[in-house]
Design a protein around this ligand. Structure first.
Ligand SMILES: [Zn+2]
Length: 1013
């Protein structure tokens, strides 16, 4: 799996031929240094070149020079940046001449086109003030080696406990100080064919850097004597790593099955993540000023010092970023405003000022922690240094003490006025939608959220509905009720009323409310079966393209009319196991990908809510969310009476959570390392700029990292995530997360600092992407193989005498990896084949895995199972005492007692399991009169008794731990088949089930494969 680059077909890199000086997308972030156009320099390294004069922005290439471009007005981004993009829909009833669709090539979405698109955020030359950051590509300044060549003899002094505090920055004697005036960028080298970390040839042995003794806060690994029996076997690991291993080593011993020679593991000894996700604290002591792991987690909190070392780490090397995660412990992210000055950044690599930058020369200079350039401190930012070399104002400067801050972005970070929050709803009103009751739930929920939509009083809102025609609604504030305008020509879509379909919510509030009140009755007698979804999507685009925003799609029938109609291709048992299998999981019609690309370019993020009881082609529809930083919500066979509550909560969350608009994100790192692949829902705008038309706290993104240099000579690597976005209040902001990570020379350290959660998140995303080009089985095998390789390498590190055949050796940090790997292979997205999971459900599950945070993913893979009856029967418990129901049980049938009541919670649903001989009192109290009825027809509601109230409190608590999704409760009785099987038993991942391995067998398989070397 080391060669995996599943993003390739969908998020291609720039063409290799992209000339060095070609017009580069000048995004607001272009100031962020390594701009797309500057990579990949084919002849790097270049000799130091004289700095180029700071030319204004207008030299940004042909894009900015579109002749006849009108003066500034709020316009869809990209309008001026790409001559190929036609003007927006005109303000007339006529279809726009050469409407936006004519540019689509007839051929299926060619992967390279998106690379050639100009960046949507690019401004017209005259719109934005020139700022030096957006210089055209410049020759790169080669990095000056930091100090003398590494010495072989240096001992790993950094492993000692006496390392200086992390704030200490080494000096860099080899670095020339004469840099003033140089307007240089040092882009990381980007290749179109990222080296596969596993394929590097042997590199020189890792060597300690000369700075080791100065090193700031490298991991304190308590010195300890090598354990008895652990001598250093001549050829392998030096003492330091053996110590590390000794500290974290873990092993399982196989036993022999009674009466046979078959080996087995004792299930009682197998490690289980019953505490859920535990955020790694590895770096908290070393680098207390790092951002919280809630925002950024690395698969190992260390960077290997050499390519050869990296190639021995067979697990993914990379990061999982949740840029807008809710701050830990209710803290607030400090907002820093440098106005009227600009944001303080390194003028070469564009890193934002952060706690790891050091101030010198009496406070007049600061040294960039990422590229080591000595910068002038802007006069507005000057402060004296105290006797210890700290700025005297440090306590008033959160950007110098906190790993996470938000900068208010000045005008130069905008190419148009910050957009207002925009919500546009596209609702299916065909007969199946009406019958499901979805329309009413949606209308009522939207209405109940109107006061909480972010961005008052600027928020804009609009609606369209569709069956075989498209219906628009004039919501002009002067009307007393909305006017419906029907468009029935699906081949030549136009919008009948360009100005009043998207309106200011506060001005048109009463019209909007009237509309929502009448929406469900308006169509209650509709018998139209058809779905002109594609044309409706195009018209929604026309309405929204001026501003961008969030498009929420409520879809109940397979698109049947006009462009984008889909076939009832469904699932096909014959292609499973063949090389055609993955085609089922790919979008059928390029229309959806093309639309998604347009949406992204015009800052529109798409959330798809799908409700059908039949095949609805989530594979195609999901594409809309995939490339626009959106989300897929799937409610198969939706019935409002059953699923209404879930939809209500999830839609409410979607509408009211804090949202970052028209965002772009980039993660920077110091020279020597670069991010090569990205995994999640976004469109890649240049090699490393993620376009996120809307993003929120429930979205995470993963990326893989590789070393671009044979050997790293620094001891600390820095990462900085920058998310440039428009806040709902209308302020343009940059959220910056900074973290420092040690560079290590020992494989054992990489293992010791491993973060299973981040590894599983990356591994899962890679596996899902693999299912889009290969068989399910191949994706599962790849997961297993990667785990095996990782453990085998670890085993080889270990002293020979400990590699006994009946022992499985693994690092403490990875003790849950094997189980999560199994759970991933048995997840809805990956398990089995035809008939094991409905195709749409499988695709929807894949979409979920690609976006969720680590915590939620781990909960989904290894859900919690909790026994409840004892708690419910207790004589008295304080209302808030839920401690006793926090004890999670192993996910195996053996945990279930037929006298008990259990709750299984995977974060998406709760399954309440009634044991066969449960006390009738419990059933009666919880279910009321229905207690003896068929449970599938029973919904759980609060009864008028203490026991029922207690259960409701438990459910509420479970739901409140993470509100991104709502757990609907399903009731099932022991032995009630087949319901018990698919709801619960199939999800007890430790049990052998059908063709699936149980935990103990899985461990045995892995253990055997590890030993086959
Ligand atoms: Zn720098």
């Amino acid at each position: 799996m080391g060669t995996e680059n599943p993003g390739r077909p969908t998020f291609p890199s720039r063409p290799a031929s992209s000339p060095f000086g070609a017009a580069q997308p000048v995004t607001p972030f272009s100031s962020t240094g390594p701009v797309a156009g500057s990579e990949p320099p084919p002849y790097r390294p270049t000799p130091p070149a004289p700095p180029q004069a700071a030319t204004p922005f207008s030299s940004a290439g042909p894009a900015a020079a579109r002749p006849g471009a009108p003066g500034f007005r709020p316009a869809p981004p990209g309008r001026f940046s790409d001559p190929s993009i036609p003007p927006p829909p005109r303000a007339s009833n006529a279809p726009p001449p050469g409407g936006p669709y004519q540019q689509f090539p007839a051929a299926p979405f060619p992967p390279t086109t998106q690379q050639q698109q100009r960046a949507p955020m690019m401004g017209q030359a005259s719109q934005a003030p020139p700022f030096p950051a957006s210089l055209p590509a410049q020759p790169q300044m080669p990095f000056v080696p930091m100090g003398s060549p590494p010495s072989q003899s240096a001992a790993p002094a950094h492993l000692g406990p006496n390392a200086p505090p992390p704030t200490f920055q080494p000096t860099f004697p080899g670095y020339p100080s004469k840099q003033a005036g140089a307007e240089m960028q040092a882009p990381p080298m980007h290749s179109n064919f990222p080296a596969n970390q596993g394929n590097y040839g042997p590199a020189p042995p890792a060597a300690a850097s000369p700075f080791l003794s100065h090193q700031g806060g490298y991991v304190p690994s308590p010195p300890m004597a090598p354990p008895v029996g652990m001598q250093q076997p001549g050829s392998v690991p030096p003492m330091g790593s053996v110590q590390g291993l000794a500290e974290d080593f873990n092993a399982l011993t196989m036993q022999t099955r009674p009466g046979t020679m078959d080996p087995l593991f004792d299930p009682k000894e197998l490690p289980r993540p019953l505490e859920g996700d535990v955020e790694s604290k590895n770096l908290a002591d070393m680098y207390p000023m790092n951002c919280s792991p809630r925002y950024v987690r690395l698969t190992t909190s260390a960077v290997p010092s050499s390519q050869s070392l990296a190639s021995r780490w067979h697990l993914p090397l990379g990061a999982v970023v949740c840029p807008l995660a809710e701050p830990p412990g209710g803290e607030e992210v400090p907002i820093v405003n440098f106005a009227p000055a600009s944001v303080v950044r390194c003028r070469r690599c564009r890193t934002y000022v952060n706690p790891y930058m050091t101030f010198t020369e009496a406070g007049r200079k600061f040294r960039c922690n990422v590229c080591t350039l000595l910068n002038d401190v802007p006069s507005e930012y000057y402060a004296q240094l105290d006797a210890t070399g700290k700025r005297v104002d440090i306590n008033q400067r959160p950007e110098l003490t906190k790993g996470t801050v938000e900068f208010v972005a000045p005008a130069e970070y905008m190419v148009r006025p910050p957009m207002p929050p925009v919500y546009f709803f596209l609702i299916d009103v065909s007969i199946s939608a009406v019958r499901s009751g979805m329309i009413e739930v949606v209308a009522n929920t939207i209405k109940s959220c109107l006061d909480e939509l972010p961005g008052f009083p600027r928020t804009q809102i609009g609606f369209a509905t569709f069956d075989s025609t498209i219906h628009f609604y004039n919501m002009k504030s002067s009307l007393t009720q909305p006017q419906m305008l029907v468009v029935s020509d699906l081949d030549d879509i136009f919008i009948p009323l360009p100005d009043d379909l998207l309106v200011n919510l506060s001005e048109s509030r009463s019209v909007v409310e009237t509309f929502l009140d009448s929406l469900s009755t308006m169509f209650q007698d509709n018998v139209n079966l058809e779905s002109a979804f594609g044309p409706a999507l195009k018209s929604a685009f026309m309405v929204m393209s001026q501003l961008g925003g969030k498009l929420l799609i409520f879809q109940n029938s397979l698109p049947s009319l006009g462009v984008g109609r889909l076939k009832l291709r469904g699932d096909d048992s014959r292609v499973y196991g063949t090389d055609k299998e993955h085609g089922l999981r790919l979008p059928e019609d390029p229309f959806y990908k093309q639309m998604a690309a347009e949406f992204s370019k015009y800052q529109i993020s798409t959330n798809v809510y799908a409700f059908s009881d039949k095949y609805t082609d989530i594979a195609s529809l999901g594409t809309l969310a995939k490339y626009t930083a959106g989300q897929v919500y799937y409610y198969p066979a939706f019935q409002s009476a059953i699923h209404g509550e879930k939809l209500r909560h999830e839609l409410r969350r979607d509408l009211t959570r804090e949202t970052a608009w028209e965002a772009v994100m980039r993660i920077r790192c110091a020279k020597g390392v670069r991010f090569t692949t990205y995994h999640g829902n976004f469109m890649l705008r240049s090699t490393d700029l993620l376009a996120l038309p809307a993003v929120d706290c429930d979205k995470a993104f993963a990326m893989q990292l590789s070393l671009e240099e044979t050997l790293l000579t620094t001891q600390t690597m820095y990462f900085q995530v920058a998310l440039l976005y428009t806040a709902s209040c209308g302020e343009r902001r940059i959220r910056v997360h900074t973290m420092a990570v040690p560079v290590v020379t020992e494989l054992a350290d990489i293992y010791r600092l491993a973060d299973t959660g981040a590894i599983v998140s990356l591994l899962s995303r890679l596996a899902i992407e693999k299912t889009l080009s290969q068989k399910l089985e191949d994706a599962r095998t790849a997961v297993q193989l990667r785990i095996v390789k990782g453990l085998r390498e670890y085993r080889n590190l270990y002293a020979v005498q400990h590699r006994l055949a009946n022992r499985m050796i693994y690092p403490e940090s990875l003790k849950f990896l094997m189980l999560y790997g199994l759970a991933l292979c048995r997840s809805t997205a990956l398990r089995g084949g035809y008939g094991d999971v409905p195709l749409d459900e499988r695709c929807a599950a894949g979409h979920i895995i690609m976006t969720v945070t680590i915590k939620r993913l781990l909960k989904l893979l290894y859900p919690s199972l909790i026994r409840l009856d004892e708690y419910l029967l207790k004589a008295s418990v304080p209302a808030d005492d839920l401690k006793s129901v926090e004890r999670r049980l192993p996910l195996t049938g053996e945990s279930l007692d037929s006298r008990g009541l259990y709750i299984y919670d995977d974060g998406f649903r709760c399954i309440i399991w009634f044991g066969r001989v449960i006390s009738p009192d419990i059933a009666k109290n919880l279910l009321g009169a229905d207690f003896a009825a068929e449970l599938s027809k029973t919904t759980l509601g609060e009864q008028d008794n203490e026991m029922s109230r207690r259960l409701m409190r438990v459910l509420e608590k479970l739901r409140n731990t993470d509100r991104a999704y709502y757990q609907l409760s399903h009731l099932v009785r022991q032995g009630e088949q087949p319901k018990e099987g698919f709801l619960l038993l199939a999800n007890l991942v430790e049990d052998q089930m059908g063709g699936n391995s149980g935990y103990a067998e899985w461990m045995l398989q892995i253990s055997r494969q590890v030993q086959q070397s």
